[in-house]
Design a binder for this molecule. Structure first.
Ligand code: IMP
Ligand code: MG
Length: 178
């Protein structure tokens, strides 16, 4: 292996923050049922952790949206799949994402979902890399603002690896180390 992971956020730190966001959502959606729309595959760990701490009624949906290949930079081309059973019309939808980088993926997705007439539509991301933004996106709930580094763990991958790490870390390639 010519890469290693430098820990940025410990598991407990992440869980504490996720519980705080859940508390905020519980207050804001009191008396309503929410539809958590988890974007595969990266946000699955976050969506599961978040949903465990929600006390309002919750339904879960999943769809695939990708703008990344197996590399480290966004391809710019967004493709959507697996949304055949995703029903947003009339629902209080909260889109759950792992990380917002350039904003291309979520800007495209939120515009598309808004056209499907949800009762309300919000965006919740575990991580936000504001320095990398190319397209504006309104983000309603953010777990952590992170620096412009390539991160893995808690659902985030590099070429499909490292999603299962309980913490989040920077992926460092050996030739980059000083
Ligand atoms: P955007 O369209 O550039 O905002 O891309 C967002 C998507 O890129 C995320 O959903 C991730 O799948 C991927 N991504 C962006 N930054 C990272 C990272 O640091 N590690 C792993 N995946 C990332
Ligand atoms: Mg993603």
């Amino acid at each position: 292996m010519n890469e290693e992971v430098k820990i940025l956020l410990e598991e407990q730190q992440i869980i504490t923050r996720v519980k705080e966001i859940a508390g905020q959502i519980n207050q804001e959606y009191e008396g309503k049922e929410i539809y958590l729309l988890s974007i595969l595959k990266g946000s699955v760990y976050f969506a599961c952790e978040l949903s465990k701490h929600l006390t309002v009624p919750v339904k879960l949906g999943f769809m695939s949206v990708s703008s990344y290949g197996d590399g480290l930079t966004s391809s710019g081309a967004v493709t959507i799949s697996g949304d055949a059973d995703v029903e947003v019309q009339g629902r209080h939808v909260i889109v759950i994402e792992d990380i917002i980088d350039t904003g291309r993926t979520l800007s495209f997705l939120m515009n598309m979902l808004a056209k499907r007439k949800p009762e309300s539509l919000k965006l919740c991301t575990l991580l936000d890399k504001p320095d990398r933004r190319v397209v504006d996106v309104v983000v309603d709930y953010v777990g952590f603002e992170v620096p412009d580094k390539f991160l893995v763990g808690f659902g985030l991958d590099y070429a499909q690896k490292y999603r299962n790490l309980p913490c989040i870390g920077e992926l460092v390639f050996k030739e980059d180390r000083q």
